[in-house]
Design a protein around this ligand. Structure first.
Ligand code: ADP
Ligand code: MG
Length: 615
């Protein structure tokens, strides 16, 4: 028999248990600041001052004007699991405060020197509590303002290993600063003042979210924002998303708040990014401040010690709601990508061509690039390392204006379309076709270049989507029914989408077990009816595999792809005109259903600049 030593179990003394718990809650100065600021917010403060010394390693001072604590509560506040925020296990199911575990102050007290000064509004004087681990707590009356001040010094003095793991002041300060930005953004109704030693980092007054963003990030950002608003049964999405030109290489300008709690979620970030695909480059991150308001019982915030990871009951629904909110905002703004030649030609979306070519350039093997999205060829010579045709960002109100200049305002456009009365003079000579492929539209500020196929595809796609989601379109009847012959696997798809095809203007009649096409949408030209149905089915199958969109969306995209005019199709001026008009009446004229750009823009002032004209 083995004589194994007998293990006896003993409860850890409180101060050790607290140190272990502290390991989770208090990892670095930033986590202390986060907890103290959360406490101030939970105490309904309308002003919070944070002062850090040596990135918080030397001292942290947080002052609020919130509710304060009474004498007995001050003592309790530093006990583990002492909280005023939840009382029953049901409360845990619907947490609306930032804190709830009653662990932060106890943990901070376990690894540093802590001093709390606090006073409630109904009390003549306040209380000061000084705690140094293993020593008697000192609680005494003091003169102090209403609210609470917490001073933390000598962090990790008794846990040297942890202290060693702290990063440089610069890095620690950066994480603190990020936390301060998040706190300030999540509670614009509260004033935040943030000092690095004697240096003021920011002092932002009470305001609304837009005002807060402006105070923190400046006018350039606040003026480049699109408001978000979308409601579903599960969630209300509000906040702002930045125009494409505000996108950055880092994620620093990305903020999610769930019921005012900062949260991190890769999947939700993707929901914002997705509608930007092809408007910004792959490695860029759009700016956003997104607030999710939802029933606290439908989300579990108690899954992570730092409480910034949450579990949603309807993750998918929330993803979709955010996606929708951002798509709506972008489509309302009619974002159009802009023709840009960069200083540093990156391989995204530009691809370097390997063929050496002369093309009039002095250096025979000057690198040549092709924009994979647009097919445009870009020369890079020593004399012309950068060629940027516009620097105004992707803001579309300008395009709108340009468009209105050409055709009149949107209202008059609708009128003129209704009356079929346009003024060709205004446009004649201002529009021409290049290589039966691109339409050039001259306008006040320069020229827009439109990909005719992509434009028509967008128009047909939106029209089809509307028909599918609303009451459907009329088709044109065929003189002679055309028998539909499909492979078995296509037949299955046909059965699945038949009703939707009928909404697009097709009709099918069965005769002795044979399905016949009896009418087709007006966009399908005579003689190609059977081929059209076959192509739509093939395309639809492909999209169902490749795209994450709904079946209806895929069908609309298939219809657009099939029926759109192709490159090589020569257009009359009137045809060009109505194509451009229809395009700009679309919800999202800037990108085709596959996300490729439809319109590019070149500014006149850029031509002037290039030609050395100063006007
Ligand atoms: P929790 O926030 O999870 O309740 P804490 O350890 O952070 O736990 O705080 C414990 C308790 O101390 C809180 O529940 C609250 O009652 C009180 N408290 C802490 N900070 C403040 C403050 N700044 N103002 C008023 N009360 C506070
Ligand atoms: Mg707390």
């Amino acid at each position: 028999m083995n004589n194994l030593p007998i293990q006896t179990i003993a409860l850890l003394p409180d101060h050790i248990a607290n140190q272990i718990a502290a390991g989770e809650v208090v990892q670095r100065p930033e986590s202390i600041i986060k907890e103290l600021v959360e406490n101030a917010i939970d105490a309904s403060a309308s002003s919070i001052i944070v002062i850090v010394h040596k990135a918080g390693k030397q001292a942290i001072h947080v002052i609020d004007n919130g509710s304060g604590m009474q004498k007995d509560d001050v003592i309790l506040s530093i006990q583990r699991h002492a909280t005023s925020k939840i009382k029953t296990s049901q409360d845990l199911e619907r947490i609306s405060t930032l804190g709830f575990r009653g662990e932060a102050l106890a943990s901070i007290a376990a690894v540093s020197h802590l001093e709390i000064k606090t006073r409630t509004s109904d009390s003549e004087h306040g209380w000061s509590l000084t705690i140094e681990p293993l020593e008697e707590h000192v609680l005494e009356p003091c003169q102090t303002d209403i609210g609470t001040q917490v001073i933390v010094k000598n962090m990790f003095f008794n846990v040297p290993a942890r202290k060693k793991f702290l990063k440089s002041d610069l890095v620690e300060f950066r994480t603190i600063s990020e936390t301060m930005y998040r706190a300030a953004l999540s509670h614009p109704e509260c004033r935040f003042t943030f000092y690095d030693g004697d240096t003021l980092v920011f002092d932002v007054q009470q305001s609304d979210l837009l005002g807060r963003i402006e105070a923190l990030y400046g006018k350039e950002v606040s003026q480049g924002l699109l408001p978000l608003h979308h409601e579903t049964l599960e969630v209300v999405i509000t906040g702002f998303v930045g125009l494409p030109h505000l996108a950055k290489q880092s994620r620093a300008g990305q903020h999610f708040f769930m019921n005012s709690r900062p949260i991190i979620s890769r999947s939700l970030s993707h929901a914002v990014f997705q509608p930007f695909e092809h408007l910004i480059e792959k490695n860029m991150h759009p700016f956003f401040v997104v607030n999710l308001t939802l029933d606290p019982t439908k989300v579990d915030v108690n899954v992570h010690p730092q409480k910034h990871e949450v579990k949603f009951e309807y993750e998918r629904g929330i993803y979709n709601a955010i996606h929708q909110a951002v798509s709506n905002a972008l489509s309302k703004a009619h974002i159009i990508p802009e023709m840009q030649f960069r200083d540093q030609v990156s391989d995204q979306p530009f691809e370097r061509l390997s063929i050496a070519t002369q093309f009039g350039s002095k250096t025979p093997d000057a690198p040549l690039y092709v924009n994979r999205l647009t097919g445009e060829i870009i020369h890079q010579t020593d004399h012309n390392p950068s060629f940027q045709l516009s620097d105004s960002g992707n803001i579309t109100p300008q395009h709108r204006t340009a468009f209105e200049h050409l055709f009149g305002s949107e209202e008059s456009l609708i009128q003129s379309r209704e009356q079929e009365q346009q003024s060709p003079q205004k446009i004649l000579g201002s529009m021409w076709q290049l290589h039966a492929k691109y339409i050039f539209v001259q306008h006040e500020e320069g020229v827009m270049i439109i990909d005719q196929h992509a434009a028509h595809e967008r128009i047909l796609y939106e029209r089809a989507l509307k028909a599918l989601n609303e009451q459907g379109m009329q088709g044109q009847s065929l003189l002679f029914p055309i028998p539909l012959q499909l492979l078995p696997e296509d037949q299955l798809v046909f059965m699945q989408i038949r009703t939707d095809l009928e909404k697009l203007g097709f009709t099918f009649v069965e005769h002795h077990g044979q399905v016949n096409i009896t009418s087709v949408p007006f966009d399908i030209s005579a003689g190609t009816e059977h081929e059209a149905v076959q192509d739509i089915i093939t395309q639809f199958r492909e999209y169902e595999e490749l795209r994450s969109q709904s079946s209806r969306d895929n069908l609309a995209a298939s219809m657009g792809c099939r029926a759109a005019i192709k490159a090589g199709h020569i257009l009359t001026v009137d045809e060009m005109k109505s194509l451009v008009q229809d395009l700009f009446a679309c919800d999202m004229p800037g990108v085709c259903p596959h996300g490729r750009p439809i319109v590019l823009e070149m500014q006149l002032r850029e031509f002037d600049r290039r030609f050395g004209r100063t006007s």
